[in-house]
Design a protein around this ligand. Structure first.
Ligand SMILES: C[S@@+](CC[C@H](N)C(=O)[O-])C[C@H]1O[C@@H](n2cnc3c(N)ncnc32)[C@H](O)[C@@H]1O
Length: 382
């Protein structure tokens, strides 16, 4: 990749181009960056490069002559690459454009300053204008550095391993999942358990879920064009629903933290194993599970009497209130979403949620509320 930068202030770029990954890539010859001082091409006595705007107005405008001559002296004609003016009026840079630029092989970047550049220079030597965001900088040099940095990362060999750029925000069409490094416990804040377990399928599933969640929360617009699988779409539907339910729990004074969908997939089976006696399991399983995922309603294990010794009705609610832990797990079988809830959700709140299973973390006590025309309340502890 060859990049030529046309600027009045080459010293603004030099320090950045000599540091870290960019510095090493340039030293290794993986990218070539040449800084061309536009002032060297001025025909003015004092090497002036700017003048007052015709028609009046504040500030100075970079004149056409030094720019056009600098381009003519430094680029072959025709130029095989892309000639870009960094400008707030341009297309806004994004990862797709960066990928296009990395394919171009050669780039010429023009940095404006002051009030901008005489339009005739742009008409003569520029193919396109690129903005690095909807704000105004004092000059194009920082924009040029942004372009160089983003493009360089895609040049083979610049990053440590070729796949380090494949998994990142925007490259997958989504925002990146959260990253953690040692220690596993930093002042009480623990790394999510799944990342410590070494199960690669689980780690991949968790990261995908986190990417989808962050993208949904922060940049839902990206989801329209991101390449999504059917599994991603199903996950997004569950995440959307869980956001609505979380808001409802919050409104009922029972703030809830949604747990990973991986946990929500596994939890019903653990719950089932904890509460259904061995003798009843086969029959209960037939009603409550089918295949890998839970498809029936877990509370059927209560309603159909597979769990003996449970207390029913108002007495169940009283027992739960007396024995409930401070933080409980709340599973919504219909939506297959699992939450950790602070405090005891009110009876009114449970009614609003439909079918609900509440349990303590260690799965020793459970309250099941069946809803929607099948009202019932069951309590059990083991
Ligand atoms: C003060 S700005 C000129 C702004 C210009 N008068 C306008 O309103 O569009 C000076 C130079 O900074 C650069 N620049 C400013 N904001 C930029 C952005 N968002 N992206 C890329 N370059 C920018 C351009 O090269 C521009 O010529």
């Amino acid at each position: 990749m060859k990049i030529k930068v046309f600027t009045l202030f080459p010293d603004m770029l030099r320090p950045t181009l000599s540091q870290s990954i960019l510095g090493r890539a340039i030293a290794a010859g993986l990218i070539e960056v040449e800084l061309i001082d536009i002032r060297d091409y001025s025909h003015e006595k004092h090497r002036n490069t700017d003048d007052y705007p015709f028609g009046g107005g504040a500030g100075m405008v970079m004149a056409a002559q030094p720019i056009v001559d600098a381009f003519a002296a430094n680029l072959p004609d025709p130029f095989p690459g892309r000639r870009i003016y960094l400008s707030p009026r341009g297309r806004t840079l994004n990862q797709h454009i960066v990928e296009e630029l990395a394919q171009a092989g050669e780039l010429a970047l023009l940095c404006g300053h002051y009030e901008g550049v005489d339009q005739r220079a742009l008409d003569a030597v520029i193919d396109e204008e690129l903005s690095i965001g909807d704000y105004v900088l004092t000059g194009g040099e920082l924009g040029a550095l942004v372009v160089i940095d983003a493009v360089a990362r895609l040049v083979p060999g610049v990053l440590g391993s070729d796949d380090s750029s494949e998994d990142e925000s925007f490259t997958t069409g989504l925002l990146e999942y959260p990253q953690y490094t040692r220690p596993a416990d930093f002042r009480g804040a623990r790394v999510p358990e799944v990342l410590l377990g070494g199960n690669h399928a689980d780690i991949t599933a968790w990261r995908r879920e986190q990417s989808l969640l962050l993208t949904l929360q922060r940049r839902a617009d990206l989801l329209d064009s991101a390449p999504l699988t059917d599994g991603d779409r199903a996950m997004l539907a569950r995440l959307r629903r869980s956001g609505e339910i979380e808001a409802m729990l919050q409104a009922h004074g029972a703030p809830a933290q949604r747990l990973s969908l991986l946990d929500a997939d596994r939890w019903p089976k653990q719950w089932f194993a904890a509460f259904v006696p061995e003798a009843n399991r086969k029959a209960a399983k037939k009603h409550c599970f089918s295949g890998r995922r839970h498809t029936g309603h877990l509370w059927q294990a209560f309603a159909m009497g597979f769990i003996p010794d449970c207390v029913e009705g108002d007495a169940a609610w009283t027992l739960w209130q007396e024995n409930a832990p401070e933080d409980c797990l709340l599973f919504l079988p219909e939506h297959e979403i699992l939450y950790r809830v602070q405090g005891i959700p009110s009876r009114e709140c449970l009614s609003a949620l439909g079918d609900v299973i509440l349990a303590d973390e260690g799965l020793t006590r459970t309250l099941v509320r069946t809803g929607r025309g099948n009202e019932g309340m069951y309590y059990t502890d083991i």
